[in-house]
Design a protein around this ligand. Sequence first.
Ligand SMILES: Cc1cc2nc3c(=O)[nH]c(=O)nc-3n(C[C@H](O)[C@H](O)[C@H](O)COP(=O)(O)O)c2cc1C
Length: 327
Amino acid sequence: MTTAAPATLTSHEIGVLARAVSRAPSVHNSQPWQLLIRGTEVDLLERRDVGLRRHDPFGRDRVLSCGAALTNLELAVRALGRDCHAGLKETGDVVATVTIGRPRATSVRAYTLYQAIGRRRSHRHRFFHNRVPADVRTAVVAAGETAGVHVVVPGHLDKLAELLGFATRVLSRDRAYQRELEMWTARTHAWDALGDGVPEDALSPEALPVAGLVRAGTPIPDDAVLADRLAAENLLIFCTDGDTRTDHLAAGAALQRAWLAAASKALVGSVITQPLHLTGFRARLVSELALLGVPQAIFRFGYPAVPSAPSPRLPLGELFPPSGRSR
Ligand SMILES: Cc1cc2nc3c(=O)[nH]c(=O)nc-3n(C[C@H](O)[C@H](O)[C@H](O)COP(=O)(O)O)c2cc1C
């Protein structure tokens, strides 16, 4: 006999889902998502009012962020012991609808990723050393591989350093870009945060210039030094077959699965998308690194040499549109 699926979610279950979504990484910690709960269907909405005109003019990072939130949402549903299916939408404010199904025991693998949600945070500092065992690296890559998303270990680090060095120089001198970034970084410290934005404590002046967010005063090593530092890290590039909204969602979801897999193995990491928004940068990355697919994000990971500071989150109530707490 199969157990019938309850027709609504309890407030405890809604709280579990909301906390998981809220902990997802997002561009400039803007948390550009909301949840609309309709019985046992949960719509994940993209908050297009979160505009980063300089950093993210086409909203690609915003959708990648929603993809990361979708991974957390699905893992939370499974951790509650329910089956679920996510349908991705190509247009409209709803980027995905998660249909919650029958009771079903979660797998150990999914529960391990779920448990890592609270531990994962951006680590923009240097790593302890680069000797992450091969089987652990393989597991992180495997967690991110999915239909339409390819996780690439980049070669040609000299070329990558050249490109990243170039992007760093351009971004650090772009005044309008820096003004926008300042609005999302200068105002927040972890202890007096408004609930969004990247706190000063979470940024690292001693990391690779491109490991965190490039600001006006970010030191820029020469390309050879940068290439050596890149070689001391574990880097992955998330590429997609296409460049549509569903590709961006899938890339964000895959990135988050890999990040959680890393966190579940005591690794830390951070994401780099800043340079990928410069005109022509992705095309050059594809040709110089012989990538198959469209690059969407770079992920660096390793063992922590120092702890990293947490970033704040908006109050959970802001996750729900005013009339949409449940229907
Ligand atoms: C799509 C996307 C793009 C991001 N781009 C960058 C980046 O270029 N540089 C950076 O330092 N962090 C980047 N981040 C990390 C966010 O700044 C970080 O997730 C956010 O501040 C919340 O902090 P947390 O990851 O510690 O929870 C990005 C995250 C996402 C999801």
